[in-house]
Design a binder for this molecule. Sequence first.
Ligand SMILES: [Zn+2]
Length: 57
Amino acid sequence: MSHEDAPNCERHEASVQMQLRTLHSDQSRPDTVVGLYECPECGYERRLPIRTGDAAA
Ligand SMILES: [Zn+2]
């Protein structure tokens, strides 16, 4: 999984890319995982759904 899709933290004027910490599977959406991103500067956490598509049969 690429880290290039990591979002930028909204709390800084400069672009601070958030780091992917953990992934959570969503039982209601087998093809989607939720990534927990954390800003290395301020610790702001944000969850974003990540569509994997690999599990699609
Ligand atoms: Zn931040």
